[in-house]
Each structure stands twice: as C-alpha cells, then as structure tokens.
Design a protein around this ligand. Structure first.
Ligand code: NAP
Length: 362
C-alpha cells in the first residue's frame, strides 16, 4: 500500500508554528471550519485553542474532490456494514468523507456515492479532524489505530467498535498517546437505522471533543447522548443494555410459551405485554433512585413479601405446563432471603442488596 502520509499533512514542527500564530489548528488555507486564516479575526471567529469548543458555523465552503462543500470533513476507518452506513449518512449530510477499508473493494459503493478513498488508515486520518473507527473488534481496532498513529495528532477519534469498558479505556489511552482526543461511541442501533433522527448513539470521553463535533455526529443519529468523561462508560452502558435486552427477551419468550400453551395466539397477548413494558419503563428511574439511596419505599409497586406470594402463583402455573421456571425460582430464593433479613415490607428494590450479598448459585 502506498503511504501518502507525508504528502497529506504538514510536519509536526510546522503544526506547532502554525498553532502558535493562529487558532491551534493545522489546516491552513483549507481550514474546515473557517477557511483561510486571518491574523485579525472578526467577531465570527474569536481566538480559541484546540481544547476550546469552536463555533460550528459559519463554515467557509471548500472543495472535496470536484464538489464545493461547507460541512466539516470526516474520515471513516472500516467500511463494513456499520462503518459503511455511517460513511453513507455523513456523505448524505454533506460532509466530505474519506474512507479506508482493509479490503479496498468494499469502499467502491461509497466512492460512487461521493466519498474519497485513502490507501492507508493514516492517509484517511490525515484528511479530517474527526476520524471514525469501526471494525469488528478491539484487536482489529487497536491494529488500525496503530497504523493511523502518525496522523492522529490533533484529531478526534470516535471509536464505534464494540468493546468492553477496559478495552475502551485502553484504546483511549493509546489514542491519547498519539495526540488524539477520544470518544467511545458504541452504537445502540442496527446499522440499517444509522442517520435516522431517533437513532441512539452514546458517547463517552472528552466532553470538549464531543461538543466540538456534536453537529457532525448528529448525522449518524440525532438521539446522541454524552454519558460521561470515562471512556469506558459508554461501553458499560452498551453491554448493560444488551444484558437487559437478553433478560427481557428470554422472559418474553417463556411468557409467550405460556400463552401458546393455552391455545392463544402470541399476537393476542402482545398489546398487553406492551402496556406492561410501558408501566415498567416509567418505574425504572424510581427503582434506580431507590437503589442509589437505599430507601426502598414499597408505595409504588408493593413490598417483597406481597410480591413473593404472586411469584409462587406464577411458578406453579408455569411448572404445571412444563415451562421452565429457573429464573423465577432464583427470584423467589432472593425474596425469601430478603424476608429472612427483615426486608419483607420494603419495596422490591431492596432485593438489590440481597442480590449483591448472595454469591451466584447460593
Ligand atoms: N452491524 C450492526 O448493526 C452493528 C450494531 C451495533 C454495533 N456494531 C459494531 O460495529 C462494529 C463493526 O460491525 P459491522 O457490522 O460493521 O461488521 P462487518 O460488516 O463484519 O465489518 C467489519 C469491518 O471490520 C474490518 N476489519 C475486521 N478485522 C480487521 C482487521 N484486523 N484490520 C482492519 N480491518 C478489519 C472489516 O474489513 P474487511 O472488509 O476488510 O473485512 C470491515 O470493514 C462491531 O464492533 C460491531 O459490534 C454493529
């Protein structure tokens, strides 16, 4: 592969000289936000540094390939299903988009849609202040990050690759060591929904970097949410969401088995289930607040002992129909333990402490 790094980017000493005399950025006459530099700036371009959120508009139009564009450039490293969908959304929103993919053929449809392709991760990263990384897993992400290292100084790296919190923190440390700001951005969405207004993507890492690029990131999904400075938080939330999703999924399928056992179509029950989920979703903040405060007021949904009686009924109903009761029996065991601990009259959130105190399988 051809290394175009040297021709794409000014030298580091050149960068520093340029920042010293101007706003801290490296783009010179092709600056993505404000066009040619002026020594005397007007009110629309107050002095700032790279660590200060900059005004997103007005943007001077500049050229990307043969097009005249005004949205800030973006680079996308990894154009599989998710990275490709993100590149498409960015192109659609008018961002000059440079793409790199390990298998170059995969970028062809994006080039046809208006992207420019780069031969290396570093060449792509050199083309934009915002670099999106989206590959299969953390090992691949670190490999691409290392290949892009020389061009990451002063960039913001947004890592969409699914990672554990520990992997996200390590990737953030690596990116920071290359001079980049870092945002972890695990997508809470299917790639087919990228670019829709309701698409939910969480970001964690440097707040200033998020603020600086928020307008651009909205092209991926307007329901963006900054969740904290720790780069591991967004990954933690993603995996916690997935865990909740699986718990709900398995619970729902067992309940549908109960419905079907009585010869009732599952679809007849679906509106009832949806209503119940609506009620549960309203309780979520209250339950979280009770877990945080340790005040388990039973007023909103009843006490542990009261609910334990209903649990017996449900377990018996499922058992007599040959439907698994493992998770319900686990819940019932927690309830009995909590009642023994004197928490029978407290709200169900009191089970949280019992759960933490009880090692798995006991
Ligand atoms: N798809 C979704 O709806 C979805 C939803 C939420 C989160 N995600 C997350 O998004 C990430 C990407 O998923 P995807 O669905 O886009 O996967 P995908 O379609 O299988 O694409 C994987 C991408 O990673 C690249 N890659 C893999 N190993 C690499 C390596 N060692 N070096 C360089 N590039 C490498 C592939 O390049 P090649 O083309 O050369 O193979 C390809 O661009 C994953 O972490 C996934 O968990 C995806």
């Amino acid at each position: 592969m051809r290394n175009t790094r040297a021709t794409q980017r000014p030298s580091r000493s050149g960068d520093r000289k340029h920042r010293d005399r101007c706003c801290g950025c490296w783009r010179g006459d092709r600056h993505p936000l404000h066009g040619p530099h002026k020594e005397n700036r007007d009110a629309t371009h107050a002095p700032h540094t790279h660590r200060t959120p900059r005004p997103a508009r007005p943007r001077a139009p500049h050229r990307h390939g043969r097009r005249l564009v005004s949205a800030p450039p973006v680079a996308v490293l990894g154009t599989g299903r998710m990275g490709g969908a993100m590149a498409r959304a960015l192109i659609g929103a008018g961002h000059p988009t440079t793409v790199w993919n390990r298998t170059p053929e995969r970028t062809r449809p994006l080039v046809a849609a208006g992207a420019v392709t780069a031969d290396t991760p570093a060449a792509a990263a050199a083309a934009a202040p915002l670099v999106i990384l989206c590959v299969t897993d953390d090992d691949a992400a670190r490999a691409v990050l290392t290949d892009a290292a020389a061009a990451l100084q002063g960039r913001t790296l947004v890592n969409v690759t699914t990672s554990t919190p520990e992997q996200a923190r390590a990737a953030a440390a690596l990116a920071t060591s290359y001079g980049a700001d870092y945002l972890a951005a695990p997508a809470m969405a299917d790639y087919r929904t990228i670019g829709r207004p309701e698409t939910h993507i969480m970001y964690s890492g440097q707040r200033e970097a998020y603020d600086r690029h928020e307008d651009t990131l909205h092209a991926l999904g307007k329901a963006a949410r900054y969740v904290g400075a720790d780069p591991g938080i967004a990954s933690l939330f993603e995996l916690a969401m997935l865990s909740l999703f699986f718990e709900v999924w398995t619970g729902y399928l067992h309940v549908l088995a109960l419905i079907r056992h009585e010869g009732v179509p599952a679809g007849d029950f679906a509106p009832v289930a949806a209503r119940t989920f609506g009620e549960i979703s309203h309780l979520l903040p209250l339950i979280a607040q009770q877990v945080d405060s340790g005040d388990h007021d039973p007023a909103a949904y009843g006490g542990v002992a009261e609910q334990a009686a209903f649990t017996d009924t449900v377990i018996e109903l499922r058992r007599t129909r040959g439907i698994d009761t493992t998770r319900l029996e686990h819940l019932k065991a927690l309830m009995e333990r909590a009642i023994t601990e004197g928490k029978g009259e407290q709200g169900m959130s009191a089970l949280f402490e019992t759960l933490l105190a009880a090692p798995p399988g006991t």
